[in-house]
Design a protein around this ligand. Structure first.
Ligand SMILES: [Zn+2]
Length: 281
């Protein structure tokens, strides 16, 4: 069932769990993500980063078709939407949500660009995610992990002025592989949850630690983006196989096995198992 991201996140906020947002870029990992969600009866947000598939219109057609046929609720989100044109292309491709990432712009620029795009997206029934503070990359964790955290009062103003449906916050996670140990600011997260009326999003779920993620889900994070860990699990599963005979023909199945197993693990951790609104055939 294809739904908006707002619907999934509003339900997660009430239910006190987080919906996984696996990073997907082709038909194989798309099918793996939806199958994992169906097997766990979990909602799922397909996260597609602009540019990872060379043909977003084609990707959108496959993703929306598979989502409509899924037994669980599926939203399709354009992750880290870049230019205005990229975001519009995502909407045209059928995405039910777009993230407008202006987290490296000034507060005022971030507000004005997000506000403009949110107005257009909402008019077409598409949800909007933005980011305030900045979730950096793991290699710069020593600096970004401390200096770019979300300010709660700014965040309240931001949500009010932009009318976004959910907000990605920087509370100590990073994208990719951490250089050093992740330190999540739980007190900051609690304050953000208390003050901000819309669901909160965590980027950089991979490598952040199961206990940390589970605690974040209980403290108000309603969506966790996952990429590196899923891709690594897929590759590790493939590398374990014997490909001396006909094994090479199973390449995509081996990749899917690893991807699915890791995603199912995270569905347990985030508490979204059983929340997918499973449809009967
Ligand atoms: Zn991200």
């Amino acid at each position: 069932m294809l739904v908006t991201m707002k619907e999934l996140l509003d339900e997660a906020k009430v239910g006190g769990y987080a919906v996984p947002a696996p990073n997907v870029d082709n038909e194989h990992n798309l099918r793996a993500a939806i199958e994992a969600a169906e097997e766990m009866n979990s909602p799922v947000i397909i996260g597609h980063i602009c540019g990872y598939n060379p043909d977003i219109q084609y990707f959108g057609r496959i993703a929306t078709d598979l989502a409509r046929r899924a037994k669980v609720k599926v939203a399709i989100n354009l992750d880290h939407g870049g230019s205005f044109e990229d975001c519009m292309a995502g909407i045209q491709a059928g995405f039910t949500s777009i993230m407008i990432d202006r987290s490296q712009s000034s507060f005022d620029e971030n507000v004005s660009e997000v506000k403009e795009l949110a107005k257009a997206a909402h008019a077409l029934g598409v949800s909007v995610e933005a980011e305030l503070g900045h979730v950096g990359v793991g290699q710069n964790y020593a600096v970004d992990g401390k200096q770019m955290l979300t300010d709660p009062d700014e965040a309240v103003r931001f949500v009010k002025e932009t009318n976004v449906d959910c907000l990605a916050v920087a509370v100590g996670t990073a994208h990719g592989v951490y250089q050093g140990t992740p330190k999540i600011r739980f007190e900051l997260l609690e304050e953000l949850t208390e003050k901000i009326p819309v669901p909160l999003v965590l980027h950089g779920g991979s490598g952040s630690g199961d206990e940390n993620l589970s605690r974040c889900a209980k403290l108000g994070i309603c969506k966790v983006n996952l990429s590196n860990d899923l891709r690594k699990a897929a590759i590790e599963s493939l590398l374990k196989q014997d490909i001396s005979g006909d094994g090479a023909y199973e390449m995509y199945n081996y990749l899917a096995d690893g991807y699915k197993a890791k995603l199912k693990h995270y569905i347990e951790i985030l508490g979204s198992k059983g929340m997918g609104g499973e449809l009967n055939d």
